[in-house]
Design a protein around this ligand. Structure first.
Ligand SMILES: C[S@@+](CC[C@H](N)C(=O)[O-])C[C@H]1O[C@@H](n2cnc3c(N)ncnc32)[C@H](O)[C@@H]1O
Length: 290
């Protein structure tokens, strides 16, 4: 794709941000890095279970900061061709910095990819199709890029609610509800649109891929937490996903309790509790193209 084409595609994407606000300018590099460092064991295990052939051509659609590109090369070997595509300039830059020699990285809208139909054995998209206004259209595009018999792997975390506070289910429920209210206001989306995230199997079927296998893995952590676990939970969740922005959506006592549980300087800090027990689901639906 020429630079002019790339700019034109970016301008179109800029005109209509995705369902969750993605644009070429949007940058959540740090959150993506923290998530991938934290969930690396489970994501690598899911990649290993796909048993990608040594000479496979693999596409990571919405590759974010590019960790999976390296994991596919580690799993399949040096002969595999690995291509990453992402809309956001900052994410593409981070990916190119991390894996310049391993993979091709393109900045483009995955709905208009500058790639040939039928040219991939596997397309992988984690926590990305749910960012599109029309997920089925996204799945159709990815399916077109596959050869017959190729596989499309759509990964989605948290289809069932995460468990943060094993000792206080009520507070956890209030926090989940507050997050939902915050996102509903911020993105102006209906409950129906947010609930649609669960329909990953249906998206594949609606896009003409009836042969679907699905498996949910649990990402589960207890003490002692690894540094990557603590960073993800403390910075990506406690500080950036929750934090001050939940204050308007919680009763004052609940917000105060939450703030103390999330404060590393407080005696009640959740991540120092011996009974800390965290659960997050990761669902991978794999469809084979007829
Ligand atoms: C939640 S992140 C997931 C990133 C990565 N797959 C991971 O698991 O860390 C969603 C990614 O999709 C990208 N994205 C959103 N809409 C896109 C589009 N239309 N085309 C290409 N990438 C898009 C975002 O820029 C972001 O990097």
């Amino acid at each position: 794709m020429s630079h002019a084409d790339e700019l034109a595609a970016m301008n179109r994407a800029q005109a209509a941000p995705g369902l969750l606000g993605d644009t070429p300018q949007r940058d959540y590099t740090e959150k993506l890095r923290r998530f991938n460092a934290f969930a690396r064991p489970e994501l690598c295990e899911a990649i290993a279970a796909l048993a990608v052939q040594a000479d496979a051509r693999v596409l990571d659609a919405g590759c974010g900061t590019g960790e999976a590109l390296g994991w596919f090369r580690e799993s399949a070997g040096d002969r595999a061709l690995v291509v990453g595509i992402d809309l956001a300039t900052a994410h593409v830059r981070a990916t190119r910095r991390r894996a310049p020699a391993l993979a091709s990285v393109l900045q483009a809208d995955m709905l208009r990819p500058p790639l040939l139909d039928g040219s991939f054995d596997l397309a992988w998209a984690v926590n990305t199709v749910n960012h599109l206004r029309d997920p089925v259209a996204g799945v159709r595009v990815l399916s077109r890029l596959l050869r017959p018999g190729g596989r499309l792997a759509i990964g989605q975390s948290s289809l069932v609610p995460d468990m943060y506070f094993a000792w206080d289910a009520r507070l956890e429920q209030c926090v989940n509800e507050a997050v939902r209210l915050y996102y509903r206001e911020r993105y102006g989306r209906s409950e129906h649109e947010f609930a649609a995230i669960r329909a990953v199997v249906g998206w594949l079927q609606a896009a003409g891929l009836p042969q679907v296998a699905v498996r949910t893995r649990m990402i589960e952590r207890i003490q002692p937490l690894a540094e990557a676990d603590e960073r993800y939970l403390r910075e990506a969740i406690f500080r950036d996903t929750w934090g001050e922005r939940l204050r308007p959506y919680l009763r004052r006592e609940d917000f105060d309790t939450l703030a103390r549980l999330c404060d590393p300087d407080d005696a009640r800090y959740a991540l120092r509790r011996p009974d800390f027990h965290f659960l997050q689901s990761f669902t991978l639906a794999v469809a084979t193209k007829p």
